[in-house]
Design a protein around this ligand. Structure first.
Ligand SMILES: Nc1ncnc2c1ncn2[C@@H]1O[C@H](COP(=O)(O)OP(=O)(O)OP(=O)(O)O)[C@@H](O)[C@H]1O
Ligand SMILES: [Mg+2]
Length: 241
């Protein structure tokens, strides 16, 4: 029996056929503003709020205060309480860059992960993480080390990934080898604002729905409309392709 970790995000667990495979790493890709950070916040928040699972949020993009404000503005009202209680641990860029060189900071962090009892982790973002290494070889070494430690500690992980174009080139890059699942968040402009979609392209060991589904970001976070395949709802002009 494959154990699943529920995201608790309405509609998303349905298209994932129940949730994310426990102890796996999933890449969440999308263009700026697509909702990657909110998805990460919601995954960690729901872990505590709904499933009694503690989580770690690593952010290279925002400070602990920015994250708190982002969480509260979307209606995750108990975020700070969970942080204070130690149920959510935030490592923001100040903490992650406290040593002179990034690899020393990372070694410290990896040591801390070994001691603690968390079940969920978000890395926001893998794009920034990679920028700290001068060579591809170094990136690869640390990313492998990092994913090994996540697996040893039985963490179920989401890594966000900035994606310029909506659909990636067919080039298979490092992160695709290292991750078990791929979720794309897609945002397209419309006359009245934006339309948002989610596409689960890959989830190892899982029979998933690979259609593209519409999603919304509102107070309370992300909702995926799993009963409506995006293509049946859209006019030709709205096609995200
Ligand atoms: N309360 C809300 N109601 C509706 N939409 C919201 C709300 N809060 C944030 N948003 C929308 O969520 C989007 C921001 O999402 P998020 O920060 O998760 O994007 P991202 O993919 O992480 O972007 P980046 O690559 O820049 O980090 C914005 O486009 C904003 O319009
Ligand atoms: Mg973000």
């Amino acid at each position: 029996m494959i154990e699943l970790t529920k995201t608790g995000i309405d509609g998303l667990d349905d298209i994932l056929n129940g949730g994310i495979v426990k102890n796996s790493t999933t890449l969440v890709s999308g263009n700026p503003g697509a909702g990657k950070s909110i998805l990460g916040l919601q995954y960690i928040y729901n872990g505590v709020e709904m499933f009694d699972e503690d989580g770690i949020f690593l952010s290279f993009e925002e400070s602990e205060k920015d994250l708190r404000q982002a969480a509260e503005s979307i209606g995750f009202d108990n975020w700070q309480q969970y942080v204070d209680e130690g149920r959510i641990t935030v490592y923001d860029k100040q903490v992650l860059l406290r040593e002179n060189d990034f690899s020393s900071s990372l070694e410290l962090l990896l040591g801390e992960l070994d001691d603690e009892n968390y079940e969920r982790l978000v890395l926001d973002s893998l794009t920034m993480f990679k920028l700290f290494f001068d060579t591809e070889r170094e990136q690869r070494t640390y990313l492998l080390k990092f994913t090994d430690i996540l697996a040893d500690n039985e963490l179920t992980t989401l890594m966000t990934n900035e994606q310029g174009q909506i659909f990636p080139e067919t080039e298979i890059n490092l992160e695709n080898f290292l991750t078990d699942g791929n979720i794309y968040l897609i945002q397209t402009p419309t006359d009245s604002g934006v339309s948002r979609y989610v596409w689960v392209a890959k989830m190892r060991k899982q029979n998933i729905e690979t259609d593209i589904f519409p999603m919304e970001i509102t107070d309370g976070g992300i909702t995926v409309h799993h009963n409506a395949s995006a293509f049946s709802m859209m006019s030709e002009n709205d096609s995200p392709l």
